[in-house]
Design a protein around this ligand. Structure first.
Ligand SMILES: NC(=O)c1ccc[n+]([C@@H]2O[C@H](COP(=O)([O-])OP(=O)(O)OC[C@H]3O[C@@H](n4cnc5c(N)ncnc54)[C@H](OP(=O)(O)O)[C@@H]3O)[C@@H](O)[C@H]2O)c1
Length: 299
């Protein structure tokens, strides 16, 4: 099975590429510019916002499936640059969806819990989205573009993805480990509830959606919803860091440019019922995360 992975320099894309190693897959990794995160497969440099370049690259790759995590993901950056966010997240996803449909390749398009307002999560696949802010609105518009242009595609929503090693930029978990291991204090929101999701676990669920050609909306995230402060304290227990370094904070105090959902979280009951790859609970996630970190330090 030949799988194209977009955003292969990113956290999710690089983990998907890594997990596709062996197992009878042929990986074609799509990214912008040069490859900056190691991994298997042929590298194709292409900007998703160029419809003609993308169509040419996908036609040449002849994929059976496309896993599409590429996006402009910086929430405050999207707020400052709505044109850029629209071009990448909506038009880029529309370009991928159109080409996937034309090539009869099964598309798995990655989305986010930010499509919900965060007033009363956790949310399941039936709940009505109500995005706030540019990033969130462009991601919901991307979902609609995919549903219209690539019927039968999977829309896979995830949340607060973390893992070690970090990809091109630090993720939430990697930032915590880096700061705490150096004895630096971290301020974490005690009023933002999230489904923290280990990148490897998310990648495995995305691959299953691609392999089984499953369509519709899926929540592929960690199995537990907890606030970020509690996450930090739990991480200290597993990693042996000083819990006094973790300080409680609030969303309001951070005064962020882009709105963040407060009571968010994704219900993963559908994934638990229908996927072979199970969403991991927080204990199993943190144990694996610690092992990833320990092994990379030993290497
Ligand atoms: N990480 C999270 O906490 C989280 C939570 C919920 C949902 N998600 C969703 O999960 C997906 C993957 O997130 P991630 O954490 O892996 O993000 P990431 O690390 O920021 O990776 C995104 C990748 O997309 C690439 N990209 C951006 N614009 C592009 C363009 N015009 N053409 C080609 N490639 C482009 C970026 O390339 P450059 O490296 O060149 O910038 C980057 O490598 C996204 O759809 C995101 O919305 C993530």
């Amino acid at each position: 099975m030949r799988i194209v992975v977009t955003g292969a320099n990113g956290l999710v894309g690089s983990r998907v590429c890594e997990q596709l190693t062996g197992g009878g897959y042929e990986v074609v990794a799509f990214g912008r510019g040069a490859r900056r995160v190691g991994g298997p497969g042929r590298w194709v440099s292409v900007d998703l916002t160029s419809r003609s370049d993308l169509e040419r690259a996908l036609a040449a790759a002849r994929p059976d499936a496309i896993i599409h995590p590429a996006a402009m993901t910086h929430v405050d950056g999207c707020e400052r640059d709505p044109e850029g966010a629209w071009a990448t997240n909506v038009e880029g996803s529309a370009n991928v969806a159109r080409a996937a449909h034309a090539l009869d390749a099964h598309l798995v398009s990655v989305s986010t819990d930010y499509v919900f307002d965060g007033d009363h999560g956790p949310y399941d696949e039936q709940d009505a989205p109500n995005p706030r802010g540019v990033y969130a609105r462009t991601k919901l518009a991307a979902e609609h573009a995919v549903q219209v242009l690539a019927p039968g595609a999977a829309i896979a929503r995830t949340a607060v993805v973390y893992g070690w090693p970090p990809a091109a930029q630090l993720n939430f978990g990697a930032w915590l480990v880096t700061s705490l291991s150096e004895g630096r204090e971290v301020k974490l929101f005690e009023d933002q509830w999230v489904s923290a999701s280990l990148a490897d676990n998310v990648a495995a669920m995305l691959i299953e959606l691609a392999e089984r050609k499953l369509g519709g909306i899926w929540h592929v995230a960690g199995a537990d919803v907890l606030d970020r402060y509690t996450f930090g304290r739990r991480l200290c227990e597993v990693f042996g860091f000083d819990p006094k370094l973790v300080l409680p904070s609030t969303l309001a105090a951070a005064n962020l440019a882009g709105p963040r959902p407060s009571k968010s979280g994704l219900s993963v009951v559908k994934a638990q019922r229908e996927l072979k790859t199970q969403p991991l609970g927080i204990e199993a996630q943190l144990a694996r995360f610690h092992e990833e970190w320990r092994q990379s330090r030993a290497a």
